[in-house]
Design a binder for this molecule. Structure first.
Ligand code: F6R
Length: 269
């Protein structure tokens, strides 16, 4: 796994935007896997700026979001479809019909997963998957003990996740306890993965992901099985990493190479 440690959330956003921009420059019709939550907001803001000011185009990009709540309609203020439209899609030149979010209102939620998997396969698979991480180590809504072979399906959220996300819901507002989420095996099929974590609240989850044992108890640790997984963290989220200095050393070497306009991808992770 590659760990890039940068100073603060703004630097995380820029670093991740560089990776997304390079992906689109190389392959304008890339398939991006996207996340909601606070972690990728800075990245989306940075990509919007590059679209507005530097001609970065999403016109041929296809997207698949990781997850959606079950039981609130797509146009609900707290649905992940609304989040994506407002935070990102409506502010760039993407064709909305190429953006996919699991259907949280399907008559039979059990059928949503297989249909979503089929759509991903038909689009050619995900080229670059963006991930956040829960304080309990979840990715997507794959809560601790999710099968490492899981596919897109219905999951029940943990009390911790419900508590973490309650800030988005009013005191008397219905907060869904179920979600449809891409599975861990689905996520691992992406050709490249970028996990974003900022703030001290994520430090333990980051340490367990990068340096802990591979375990379904920390779903993000499954990224250890991926050939091209990059974890981009700020200093606070990196604070509990045992080999922090080594990752920093690699990051500095990479920075140096990027500055010299040389490809840095060969540096071993
Ligand atoms: C969101 C998602 C979740 C979040 C995670 C972190 O689509 O899949 O796994 O990435 O809960 O959330 P934030 O970024 O709000 O801390």
């Amino acid at each position: 796994m590659e760990v890039l440690i940068v100073s603060d959330p703004a630097a995380v956003a820029k670093r991740c935007a560089d990776i997304v921009e390079a992906q689109i420059a190389t392959m304008p019709d890339s398939v991006l896997g996207l996340a909601t939550g606070s972690s990728p907001i800075g990245l989306y803001e940075e990509l919007i700026l590059r679209y507005r000011d530097h001609g970065l185009s999403f016109a041929d990009v296809t997207t698949f979001n990781l997850d959606e709540y079950i039981g609130i309609p797509a146009d609900h203020s707290q649905s992940y479809r609304t989040f994506m439209n407002e935070t990102f899609f409506q502010r760039i030149d993407i064709d909305l019909s190429r953006t996919h979010v699991p259907d949280g209102m399907a008559e039979n939620p059990l059928q949503v997963g297989p249909a979503y998997e089929k759509a991903i396969t038909q689009a050619g698979g995900v080229d670059l998957q963006i991930l956040g991480i829960g304080s309990d180590g979840h990715i997507g809504f794959n809560e601790p003990t999710s099968s490492l072979r899981s596919r897109t399906r219905v999951k029940t959220l943990t009390r911790q996740t419900l508590k973490d996300n309650s800030r988005f819901f009013g005191p008397d507002e219905f907060q869904p306890k179920l979600a449809v989420t891409m599975g861990i095996a689905t996520i691992l099929e992406a050709r490249r993965i970028l996990l974003i974590a900022t703030g001290e609240g994520k430090a333990e989850a980051v340490r367990n992901t990068v340096e802990g044992p591979l375990s379904a108890f920390v779903p993000a640790s499954a990224l250890q099985l991926h050939e091209r997984a990059t974890v981009v963290v700020d200093a606070a989220a990196a604070s509990k990493l045992q080999l922090r200095e080594y990752y920093q050393f690699v990051s500095e070497l990479q920075d140096d190479l990027v500055k010299k306009h040389r490809p840095s991808d060969w540096i071993s992770r």
